[in-house]
Design a protein around this ligand. Sequence first.
Ligand SMILES: NC(=O)C1=CN([C@@H]2O[C@H](COP(=O)(O)OP(=O)(O)OC[C@H]3O[C@@H](n4cnc5c(N)ncnc54)[C@H](O)[C@@H]3O)[C@@H](O)[C@H]2O)C=CC1
Ligand SMILES: CC(=O)C(=O)O
Length: 315
Amino acid sequence: MLNKAEKFKKVILVGDGAVGSSYAFSMLQNNGADEMVIVDLKEDHVRGDVLDLEDVLPMTSPMKLRYGSYQDAADADLVVITAGVPRKPGETRLDLVAKNARILESIVKPIVKSGFHGVFLVSSNPVDILTTITQEISGFPRERVIGTGTSLDTSRLQVALAHKFDVSTQNIDAMILGEHGDSSFAAYDEATVEGRPLRMVAMEKNISDDDLAQIEVDVRRKGGQIIGLKGATFYGVAISLMRLSKAILYNQNVVMPVSAPLTGQYGLKDIYIGNPAVINASGIAKVIEEPLSDNEIDKMKKSAKQMAEIVMAAK
Ligand SMILES: NC(=O)C1=CN([C@@H]2O[C@H](COP(=O)(O)OP(=O)(O)OC[C@H]3O[C@@H](n4cnc5c(N)ncnc54)[C@H](O)[C@@H]3O)[C@@H](O)[C@H]2O)C=CC1
Ligand SMILES: CC(=O)C(=O)O
C-alpha cells in the first residue's frame, strides 16, 4: 500500500505531436510519473509512439504508458494539453486563438465530464489566452489551471545573457514576463548576474542598454526564428512542462514564470499572464508580485490589455 507521499501519480497527455512526444520522452527520463495515458486524434500515431517510447523504460525508471481516452482522466492528477495547430511561419501566436480555442473546447469538456479533479497544465498557443479559456470552460478554481507562460522565454533570455556576459546559464537570474508573445518584456531591473545586479555588471563589462534591448528583441523573435529554420520548437517547452509536472505531482513548491492568474498584482486581475508563481500539488499555491520598476509595470499592463482584448474578441 502506498503512503500519501508515495501516492500513485497519473498524467493524461493530450496531443502527441512534437511538443507532446518530447514531453513524454522527458517525463520517462526524469521519473516524472507512475502512469501516462496519451490521447490524440491520431490513434495509430500514439500507438506507435507508445511502442517507441516504452523501449527507454529498461534504461530509465518504470512508468505505465498507453494510448487512452478522456475517460481515463477520471482518476488522474494532471492533464497536460499540448494539442493544437502550431504557429506557421509569419503567423503570430494571437492568430491562432480562434483555431486552438475550438480544439480546446473539444478536449476540456469531456475531461471535466469524466470527473477529473486534478490540475490542468496547458502549453498550446497562444498559451496565456488558452489557459484563460481552459479555466473558463472547465469552471475549475483558477489555481488548478496553469499555462507554461514565459517559462520558455525566460530560458531563452538566460541563454542569451549567459552568452553575452560569458557566464554559466545557472548564474543568470532574469525573467521574461507578460504575454508569451509579442508584448513580453525582460525584467532587467530586478535581474542578477552571479548574484549582482545585472545593470551594474553590464556597465563593468561595457554591455550597453542598446545591447540589452537587442537581446530582448532577439529572445522575443527566437521562436519564430526556430520555426523558420526547422518548422517547430519543442525541446524547451517540453522540459518546462516536465519541471512543472514534477512540481505538481511531487508537491515541490517550485517558483517558475508561468501563465498565472493575477488577482490584483500590479493593479491587474482576471487574466492569466507570464509571472512567477509557486507551484505545488494544489497547482498555483501563490502568485508572486515582483518588485517591478514603474516602467516594467507599464509594460505588464500593456501586455495584459492586449491579451484582454483578444480574449474578449474570441468570445
Ligand atoms: N507555449 C510554448 O512555449 C510553446 C507552445 N507550442 C504550441 O504547442 C502546440 C503544439 O505544437 P506541436 O506539438 O509542434 O504541434 P504538432 O502538430 O506536432 O502536434 C499537435 C498534436 O495535437 C493533436 N491534436 C490536434 N487537435 C486535437 C484534438 N482536438 N484532440 C486531440 N489531439 C489533437 C494533433 O493530432 C497533433 O498530434 C501548438 O499550439 C504550438 O504553438 C509550441 C512550442 C512552444
Ligand atoms: C512556438 C512558440 O511559442 C515558441 O517557440 O515560443
